[in-house]
Design a protein around this ligand. Structure first.
Ligand SMILES: [Zn+2]
Ligand SMILES: [Zn+2]
Length: 134
């Protein structure tokens, strides 16, 4: 790593952020401290930290890959359809495995809730609600 100050900034952004970040999100946060920082540097560090096992990818359908610290406790994600930010939802969904038909064994699961975050929900003219299940 050539520039240790940039490296330290990127590391602290990822360590402090409470939710996964895309390369572009990391870049825009890091550019507040290092305006000259380029996207290639962020890619280089992220792929290094993935190899090291410090970061793990978070892939949500139709979204750019995001990254979070490896080894976090089990959690799920919320994607704000208005601002595009992703939030961690700590914990799990009680009774999720009751959905499985008899004889099925789950290995892993992902749960993503889509909607509006608190900030975006406050500015939406009409609150968007999840349709009632028929
Ligand atoms: Zn939002
Ligand atoms: Zn879960």
């Amino acid at each position: 790593m050539r520039n240790t100050r940039q490296s330290a900034t990127l590391r602290s952004i990822l360590a402090a952020h409470p939710a996964p970040l895309s390369v572009h999100e990391i870049l825009s946060l890091a550019q507040r401290r290092h305006p000259g920082l380029g996207i290639a540097t962020v890619y280089r560090h992220v792929s290094h930290w993935l190899e090291e096992g410090w970061l793990t990818p978070v892939e949500l359908p139709g979204q750019p890959c995001r990254y979070e610290l490896a080894g976090k406790a089990h959690h799920h994600h919320f994607l704000c359809s208005a601002c595009g930010r992703v939030f961690d939802l700590p914990g799990c969904v009680p009774g999720l495995h009751q959905l499985l038909p008899e004889g099925f064994h789950a290995q892993r699961h992902d749960v993503t809730i889509y909607g509006a975050c608190r900030r975006c929900a406050a500015t939406l003219p009409i609150p968007e609600r999840e349709p009632q299940h028929a």
